[in-house]
Design a protein around this ligand. Structure first.
Ligand code: 5RP
Length: 226
């Protein structure tokens, strides 16, 4: 058993990700509680970087509060590195993401980057994706027909709620959380769901998979390259 708490494991991998940051870079920054630890660590080298491209309003606010300049994704052609967490990651580096509802902007920023560094505690490691309900950002008028398509695959889609009303993403759309799936072919699955009308983004990251995972374990940070 780990003597470190999950929060401490997140802080460990958040700090470990600094090794991928080179001087003068603009850094791609994800979203979530693990990334918050990375942002806190990034503040300690903020004078050596040019700034960050952020994947959510929440990360933008945290970056700015720590004095890190935030660039619009349109101002940047390439990023050398994107650092983000995951809800699940498999032995190929494919992930489920979107537990924090930021999946669309996360995929956009990840697509700008040469290298995706996933930071995660060991509870996120799975053999097959699907135990974590799959987040899918959808145009609201398409939610029910998309839910029926998932039902035909054996999944149960639930509209994500906040205070009894549909959760509204940074992009003004809704989220379906789909349980009961077993995603054995992540690339094909991602492409298929992307093709359904009304799907903004599916939370399978197989086309934008991780290149490296820094996994927080009882024995310390394990680096897995894909
Ligand atoms: C947000 C995400 C996060 O990376 C994912 O939910 C993991 O979050 P946490 O680090 O809080 O466990 O995809 O949309």
């Amino acid at each position: 058993m780990s003597t470190l708490t999950q929060d401490e494991l997140k802080a460990l991998v958040g700090r470990a990700a600094l090794q991928y940051i080179e001087p003068g870079q603009i850094v791609g920054v994800g979203t979530g509680s693990t990334v918050n630890k990375f942002i806190d660590a990034l503040a300690s080298v903020k004078d050596r970087i040019r700034g960050a491209v952020s994947s959510s309003e929440a990360s933008t606010a945290r970056l700015r509060a720590l004095g890190i300049e935030v660039w619009d994704a349109n101002e940047v052609e390439r990023l050398s590195v994107y650092v983000d967490g995951a809800d699940e990651i498999d032995p190929r580096g494919c992930m489920i993401k979107g537990g924090g509802a930021a999946l669309t902007r996360e995929k956009i920023v990840a697509a700008l980057a040469d290298r995706f560094v996933c930071i995660a505690d060991e509870s996120k490691w799975v053999e097959t994706l699907g135990r974590f309900p799959l987040p899918v950002e959808v145009i609201p008028m398409a939610a029910q027909q998309i839910a029926r398509r998932f039902a035909a695959l054996g999944g149960q889609a639930r509209l994500r709620l906040k205070d009894g009303a549909p959760w509204v993403t940074d992009n003004g759309q809704h989220i379906l959380d789909v349980s009961g799936l077993r995603i054995t072919e992540p690339l094909a699955f991602e492409s298929m769901v992307n093709d359904w009308p009304g799907v903004v983004t599916v939370g399978v990251f197989a086309h934008q998979k991780a290149n490296v995972c820094l996994l927080g374990t009882a024995q310390g940070v394990r680096t897995v390259e894909f």
